[in-house]
Design a binder for this molecule. Structure first.
Ligand SMILES: NC(=O)c1ccc[n+]([C@@H]2O[C@H](COP(=O)([O-])OP(=O)(O)OC[C@H]3O[C@@H](n4cnc5c(N)ncnc54)[C@H](OP(=O)(O)O)[C@@H]3O)[C@@H](O)[C@H]2O)c1
Length: 311
């Protein structure tokens, strides 16, 4: 097994901090020090100085044997760790990505190395027709659909609400929440009793985030959507839950989703004084995807380094 963060680990190693500072310096060189970043330089996982940990921690136990999952934003970060863990547990995976073909190919290889089938689907989830395209390609290549993970997201920091253009506002909402509607609409005819939908919200929804007004508002919408959709689908035997990560070391923040000064201290204000790794979040998705959570719907799990958010 690869080396993993120990349960309850507080703080970061000197090497981890060095990698974080190098990522902050690289970000500062490419976009400057402003607290407002409209366009990220790139969000490829391989561009990060400190590599995120995505590797599953334990041997598989067949929890998802014979199942097929769609994971949006599956090529990198939290999505990659979810794909790796679901594959280890026996699922075939449709990996949905926006731009990063190389990341998607790498994640597909990780899934295949676990003995599962993978298909990488390029789609902009914020477009109304994308849901159908993703579901049709999944059904054509993998033959069924049991789990939908709505994880794709974008984030652009802005210090002043007037720095948020109408275009950015619409795009962030299109990617982060409209896409969930389009995918559920397309997936529903194929989801049978026992199916699971898992939406990725955020600690920013519970705590607020003064520099992420549009992003945190989409995450609030996602939590409300999760609860309402749960009530809407529970009678069909389809469970709908959410995961609200705290600061997790993925490309999202160090590659332009946060200003450089925040990247330099990313995660240090949590009770565990460190960012989480993607493979510390993926098990929350697995729990909600499999029968271990058979009596749970409409709920949100909080892998966030110990921040108390209640709800
Ligand atoms: N990292 C954190 O601290 C944190 C905290 C709370 C919540 N989250 C949430 O976790 C989720 C995953 O983010 P991450 O941290 O793992 O970052 P990430 O590695 O940058 O993942 C974001 C993913 O979303 C995809 N994506 C973005 N816009 C898209 C679109 N319009 N259509 C299709 N795919 C799109 C990206 O694809 P490409 O790679 O092709 O661009 C990428 O795979 C997001 O919903 C994020 O809000 C993250």
């Amino acid at each position: 097994m690869t080396k993993q963060p120990k349960a309850g680990k507080v703080g970061e190693s000197a090497k981890e901090k060095k990698g974080k500072h190098a990522a902050a310096a690289k970000l500062r060189r490419s976009v400057g020090s402003s607290g407002t970043i409209a366009k990220p330089p790139s969000d490829r996982e391989s561009d990060l100085d400190r590599a995120p940990k995505w590797e599953p921690r334990y041997p598989g136990s067949g929890r998802l044997d014979g199942k097929v999952a769609i994971v949006t934003g599956g090529d990198s970060g939290i999505g990659r760790a979810v794909c790796a863990l679901f594959a280890r547990e026996g699922a075939d995976i449709a990996i949905v990505y926006l731009d990063n073909k190389a990341d998607a190919a790498e994640t597909a290889a990780i899934v295949e190395a676990e003995g599962s089938r993978a298909v990488a689907i390029k789609a902009d989830v914020g477009k109304a027709k994308a849901g159908e395209k993703i579901v049709n390609e999944t059904m054509a290549t993998l033959g069924r659909l049991d789990i939908l993970v709505n994880n794709a997201g974008e984030q652009h920091p802005a210090e002043d609400i007037r720095d948020i253009s109408a275009q950015q506002l619409e795009r962030t909402f299109a990617t982060n929440i409209f896409g969930m509607f389009y995918l559920v609409q397309a997936a529903l005819p194929h989801l049978k009793k026992g199916a699971a939908i898992i939406n990725c919200t955020s600690v920013t929804m519970y705590q607020g985030a003064k520099g992420l007004l549009d992003y945190s508002a989409t995450k609030g919408a996602i939590t409300a959507f999760t609860r309402s959709l749960s009530e809407n689908l529970v009678g069909k035997g389809i469970r709908v839950n959410g995961v609200a990560p705290g600061p997790i070391w993925t490309p999202l923040n160090p590659r332009g989703g946060a200003p450089a000064n925040k990247v330099a201290t990313f995660g240090e204000s949590t009770p565990m004084k460190r960012p989480g790794e993607p493979n510390e979040v993926a098990p929350a998705f697995l729990f909600l995807a499999c029968d271990d959570s058979s009596y749970m719907s409409g709920q949100v799990l909080h892998p966030n380094g110990g921040t108390i958010v209640n709800g």
